[in-house]
Structures are given as structure tokens and as C-alpha cells.
Design a protein around this ligand. Structure first.
Ligand code: AMP
Length: 421
């Protein structure tokens, strides 16, 4: 019978790879918590309306990439394509703003976008996401970018760049939208169908286009950076000053517009040149109007998201795969010895140490082969003769030496030997 395969673009993370994931998650938790962020976990499905309102009707994500479906009650739901809208919803729903002041949250988990799968781009992918509510100071924009640098460093990835830009406020965007629209009209019909449509609906989104000829035509497009108001310019200058103070290197890239409508003022992308066309490993920015637009108070906010698959791809290029191995493998010969090994293994596990054993009565040779393959630090060999004399062979797999020890209190003895190494 034909076996069922996973959905295209949705990957299994197998035990051989999971060490990367666990390492990244641990680093993320440590770094984010040290900056005062607290974890939040929202559902993977939300009402479709949340994303349509939160991300923008005319964005690629909402128009083309959403996993939207009608459930059995006839409600329209969607698998979350990103975390910000959900976190904002939760922040409003639970009145997390009621305490006043600034709140910092993070979330780690799967996101879903119906994109064309390729290396570094999947339909289920994972993000580390962080959001700050209640601060409009440029200091927090700079701190967040600095934090991303600390995080990438802690994860063990080198050679990433930070590109920053400002998208201005709705006021300057309005002015710029008209300037851009005029430019697009002057360029004529050379753009792809999508861009021609965007020209009328949401001109800024043309910068998301992945079609080569559109990118070329846009080379000479007017820059938003040249049309921002004084307040937005002052904010941007202050962000840059703070970044310099923190020693965080950056480049201003006026072409960063980000694929979501809600961004304003500061936007940034963390990039690498080692992943081919999927060069962005993370990105974020300020979205001051979103909480209000989703029915909450008028609270400023900044956030970012990093793609974990891309981090794993980079780690695989740079580092040796992290492996987990047991502290001790219990090899045994005969039913009685196996029963004893079974109990000892549970006791060692009870102390928080990884233990493995043979459950099936295989030959000693095959057990030793398994122990070796598992990378166990020690092997305890329990034979019938040893058991009769209340003794056990302890093999140190690093030094390849073996000694006979009393079975009584063997776990304590083993731990003492290990602590003396
Ligand atoms: P975005 O929410 O689009 O700004 O994405 C933030 C980060 O998530 C990107 O920089 C990528 O690292 C990652 N990402 C976004 N979409 C995908 C995808 N389809 N597959 C894998 N990673 C993704």
C-alpha cells in the first residue's frame, strides 16, 4: 500500500536535526528574557478577519498565501501567517495594556504561508517573534535591533548584516504614495500584472515584487526616505544615534518596505549572503497604529520576527551538528542481569541523567556496538557471573578502560568517578 507523505512545504524536524532547534530556542529564551520579554503562546488558528485587518487586505500574505478555511460551523479561520496580529489581539483581549507602561512579549512557533517551496522557504515555517507595546522612544527601536544582533551572536551565527530604513508616518506615506504612483504611471505598462494592479490599490507593495523586470524598473523609483516629515526624520536620526552608541553596525537601505502594511517609521532586516535568494533571516519594525486599528487603545509598538529554518541552514553551514548521547548504557547478559539493569537505568534517569539499556536480550557484542554508536560516556556490563558476585564491569568509553566494581551503590560510585574527571 502506498504510504502517506507529508504536505509539500511542511517538514518534519527529525531527531538528527532537533539539536539545532533546541539550541536556537534556548538561546532565544535566554536572550529575550534578559531584555525583559516574556513568553506568550497564541493559537495557530485565528479568525480570518484578524489577519485581513491586521496585515492588510492587499498584501501578498493575505491575498495569496493564507491558509484560510471555513470550519464546520461556517466560521472563516486562517492558520497564522505571522505572530504579530495574534499577539496584538491577545494584548487587547486580555487588557494587557491596563497596567500601563511598556510590555514586552515573545513567541516561538510555527507559521503558515502558501508560498512556492524552495530552500529556505516553506509553507510551514517557524519564527521567533518579539513585540514591545507602549514605547515610542527611538531607544526601543535601536535596542530591538541591538538585541537581534546579540541573539544571532548567541545562536552562533556570524556575518549577518543589519539594514534599516524608515517608512515615515501615515502623513508622509500619503505624500509619497502619490509621488510613487506618478512615477509608476510614467514608467508605463512594463510592470507585471500584479504591480500594475498594486499601482492603483497599494503602490508601496510594488517593492515586494519578486519579478526581475519590475525590480529593474524600480531602480530609479523615488525614495520614501526623501519624502519623510521632520518628526519622522528626527526619530530616524535618533535611532541611528542609539545604534552607534551601542556599537551596532547597520546600513541604511531605502528599499526596505517589508511585506506587511502595518509598519511605519523604523523598519529593519537582518540579512545574510549565504542563503542564495532567501537572504532575509529576520525583520521587523514599528507599527504604532495597529493596536488601535484592531480595536485597542492607541499604543505604539515595535516588533520583529526571525525565521528559524534559515537560522538552522546557516548553523549547518558553520557548525558541527549537536548530538545528544546517554551518560550510561547498561549492557546485560541473562534475564536476571537484564532485570537489574532495567531498574538501575530508571534510577539513573530519576537523577536526571540519560540512560539506555538493552531490553531484548541481544548478544553482548551487539549491545556493545549499540552503546558505542549511541555515544554513551560509560557502559555498565552486568553478566550473570558478575551479578552472582555482586559486581559490575564499568567501561569508560572515552579512555577505553574497564574496571570491576561492587554492584552496591554503583550509581553513586559512577557519579563520583565521573565528577573526578
Ligand atoms: P516576515 O514576517 O515575512 O518579515 O518574515 C520574517 C522572517 O521569517 C523572514 O526573514 C524569514 O527568515 C522567515 N520567513 C518568512 N517566510 C518564510 C517562509 N515561507 N519559509 C521560511 N522562512 C520564512
Amino acid at each position: 500500500m502506498e504510504a502517506v507523505q507529508a504536505v509539500r512545504g511542511m517538514n518534519d524536524i527529525l531527531p538528527e536535526q532537533v539539536g539545532w532547534w533546541q539550541g536556537i530556542e534556548t538561546s532565544a529564551r535566554e536572550v529575550l528574557e534578559s531584555f525583559g520579554y516574556r513568553e506568550m503562546r497564541t493559537p495557530v488558528a485565528e479568525k480570518l478577519e484578524l489577519f485581513a485587518r491586521g496585515i492588510g487586505e492587499s498584501t501578498d500574505i493575505v491575498e495569496k498565501e493564507m491558509y484560510a478555511f471555513e470550519d464546520r460551523n461556517g466560521d472563516w479561520l486562517a492558520l497564522r501567517p505571522e505572530a504579530t496580529a495574534s499577539i496584538v489581539r491577545s494584548y487587547i483581549q486580555h487588557a494587557l495594556h491596563a497596567e500601563g507602561g511598556c510590555r514586552k512579549f515573545y513567541q516561538i512557533g510555527p507559521m503558515f504561508r502558501h508560498e512556492r517551496p524552495q530552500k529556505g522557504r516553506y509553507r510551514q515555517f517557524h519564527q521567533i517573534d518579539a513585540e514591545v507595546f507602549g514605547l515610542d522612544s527611538p531607544m526601543i527601536d535601536a535596542e530591538m535591533m541591538h538585541m537581534v544582533g546579540v541573539l544571532v551572536d548567541r545562536i552562533g551565527i556570524t556575518n549577518v548584516g543589519l539594514n534599516i530604513n524608515t517608512l515615515g508616518c501615515p502623513g508622509c506615506r500619503q505624500v509619497y504614495r502619490e509621488v510613487l504612483k506618478k512615477f509608476l504611471i510614467e514608467q508605463g505598462e512594463g510592470f507585471c500584472g500584479d504591480c500594475l494592479r498594486r499601482r492603483d490599490t497599494n503602490p508601496l507593495r510594488v517593492f515586494d515584487c519578486k519579478v526581475q523586470k519590475c525590480a529593474e524598473l524600480l531602480e530609479s523609483a523615488p525614495r520614501l526616505l526623501d519624502h519623510i516629515c521632520n518628526d519622522c526624520r528626527a526619530h530616524f536620526d535618533a535611532v541611528k544615534d542609539h545604534l552607534e552608541r551601542l556599537g551596532t553596525r547597520y546600513a541604511v537601505n531605502p528599499r526596505i518596505v517589508r511585506g506587511l502594511d502595518y509598519y511605519m517609521r523604523t523598519t529593519f532586516e537582518v540579512i545574510t549572503d549565504r542563503l542564495g535568494s532567501q537572504s532575509a533571516i529576520g525583520g521587523g519594525g514599528r507599527y504604532d497604529g495597529l493596536v488601535r486599528d484592531l480595536g485597542g487603545p492607541d499604543v505604539p509598538a515595535v516588533g520583529f520576527a526571525m525565521g528559524m529554518e534559515r537560522l538552522v541552514l546557516l548553523l549547518e553551514q558553520e557548525k558541527e551538528r549537536p548530538l545528544r548521547s546517554p551518560f550510561c548504557f547498561f549492557a546485560s547478559l541473562g534475564d536476571q542481569a537484564r532485570a537489574k539493569a532495567f531498574v538501575l537505568a530508571q534510577q539513573l534517569r530519576g537523577r536526571g541523567l540519560e540512560a539506555e539499556l538493552d531490553y531484548e536480550g541481544r548478544s553482548l557484542k551487539s549491545q556493545m556496538r549499540r552503546a558505542d554508536k549511541s555515544g554513551a560516556r560509560y557502559v555498565l556490563i552486568l553478566g550473570e557471573d558478575e551479578l552472582a558476585r555482586s559486581e559490575v564491569q564499568v567501561r569508560d568509553m572515552l579512555t577505553k578502560t574497564q574496571r570491576l566494581l561492587p554492584l552496591e551503590n554503583i550509581l553513586e560510585t559512577l557519579l563520583t568517578i565521573d565528577s573526578q574527571k
